[in-house]
Design a protein around this ligand. Structure first.
Ligand SMILES: [Ca+2]
Length: 319
C-alpha cells in the first residue's frame, strides 16, 4: 500500500509538473502573441500620428529653408544646408535628414511640352535622353521603345509611334475595360512603371538619374551643385562623351560655384553650341530625404520642395 501510495504520489507529481510545463508554454506563447499585438498596435497608432508629425516637420522645414537661403542663396557645394546632415529636435520627436538640389536629375516630362492642350515633342530633350540611355549602354532598340512609349503615353493623339504604345496596345484590342494613355505630363515617377519598356531600365543605374517634376516640363542642370555621380547627366548636356573629362570638370568646379554660364564655358573651353539642354548656376527645386523618430518608432519620407520666390516655398510632391 505504501509503495502504491508512493507510486501514486510520484505519478501526481509528474502530472502536475507536466501541466505546469504545458501551462508555462501556453503562457509564453500567449505573452509572445500579446506583445506582438501590442507592438502591432503601437505601429498602427504610430502610423496614424506619423503623417501629422510629417506635416508639422514640413512646415518647419519650409521656414528653415527660406531663412537659410535668404542668408545664403547659393545652391552650390559650399552651402551647408545642402552638404551637411540636418538634425532637428522637436518637443516629442526628432527629425534627421538631408536636403539636395533636385535639378540634377532628368525630368522625363521635359520630353514633351503642352501649349493650349496640344503636345509638342521636345527634339533637343529627346536627343539628350537618347544620349543618356546610350551612356548607360541601353541598346538602340530598347532606347527607341522606351522613348516612343513614354511619348505616346503623354502625347495628345491616339496614333502609336513606330516603337510606341497607345491605349489598348497596353493589353489587347479585346481587353475590357479598354485602357488609355494619360495624354498629359507625368505626376509621379511611379507612373512610369505602367510603361512596358520601362522594365528594361527600372532596376539599373540610370533609374537614379531620372525623375518627375509633377506636371512640369522644366529641366535644367545646376552646374554649381553637381557631384561625381551626376557625370552622365552633364556628359549628355555638353556633348562630351569622355566621362573622365566630365569627372574632372565637376571636380574643378569651384566650391563657391560659377556666377555665370559663360564663366563655366570659358573655363572648360566649351562653346554654347555644345549645349543640348539648359544649364544654370542655381536651382529652385529641392528634395528633403528624412527620418522622423518618435517613441522608438521611425518613419522615412521624401518631400519635393519648390522655391517660388524668396518669400514663398511650396511642396510639389510627397514621395
Ligand atoms: Ca501617339
Amino acid at each position: 500500500m505504501i509503495m502504491f501510495f508512493r507510486k501514486r504520489k510520484g505519478f501526481v507529481l509528474i502530472s502536475t509538473m507536466l501541466i505546469v510545463l504545458m501551462l508555462s508554454i501556453i503562457a509564453s506563447e500567449m505573452s509572445k502573441a500579446f506583445f506582438l499585438d501590442l507592438r502591432k498596435e503601437g505601429y498602427l497608432s504610430f502610423d496614424a500620428i506619423a503623417f501629422s508629425k510629417r506635416i508639422e516637420s514640413e512646415k518647419f522645414l519650409l521656414n528653415f529653408i527660406k531663412r537659410e537661403l535668404n542668408k545664403n542663396p547659393n545652391v552650390n557645394k559650399q552651402n551647408p544646408i545642402f552638404n551637411e546632415s540636418l538634425v532637428f529636435q522637436f518637443d516629442d520627436f526628432s527629425l534627421e535628414g538631408s536636403l539636395s538640389d533636385h535639378s540634377n536629375c532628368f525630368n522625363i516630362n521635359h520630353l514633351i511640352t503642352f501649349k493650349g492642350g496640344q503636345s509638342k515633342d521636345n527634339l533637343k530633350a529627346i536627343k539628350y535622353f537618347e544620349d543618356l540611355l546610350s551612356q548607360y549602354e541601353v541598346s538602340y532598340v530598347d532606347a527607341d521603345q522606351i522613348i516612343d512609349q513614354i511619348l505616346d503615353w503623354m502625347d495628345d493623339d491616339d496614333i502609336p509611334r513606330n516603337n510606341g504604345a497607345e491605349n489598348y496596345y497596353y493589353s489587347s484590342p479585346l481587353h475590357y475595360p479598354r485602357e488609355y494613355t494619360s495624354k498629359r505630363l507625368f505626376i509621379n515617377k511611379s507612373e512610369l512603371l505602367a510603361i512596358p519598356s520601362i522594365n528594361k531600365i527600372k532596376n539599373t543605374a540610370i533609374w537614379r538619374d531620372l525623375c518627375i517634376i509633377p506636371m512640369s516640363s522644366i529641366f535644367y542642370i545646376n552646374i554649381n551643385s553637381l557631384q561625381d555621380e551626376d557625370k552622365h547627366l552633364l556628359s549628355s548636356a555638353i556633348s562630351q562623351p569622355n566621362l573622365n573629362e566630365i569627372a574632372l570638370i565637376i571636380k574643378e568646379t569651384p566650391s563657391e560655384g560659377f556666377s555665370t554660364i559663360e564663366e563655366f564655358l570659358q573655363k572648360f573651353n566649351l562653346q554654347e553650341t555644345d549645349l543640348i539642354i539648359p544649364l544654370d548656376t542655381s536651382s529652385d527645386m529641392f528634395l528633403f530625404n528624412g527620418t522622423l523618430k518618435y517613441q522608438g518608432f521611425s518613419y522615412n519620407f521624401k518631400t519635393l520642395i519648390k522655391q517660388e520666390n524668396e518669400f514663398n516655398y511650396r511642396i510639389l510632391d510627397r514621395l
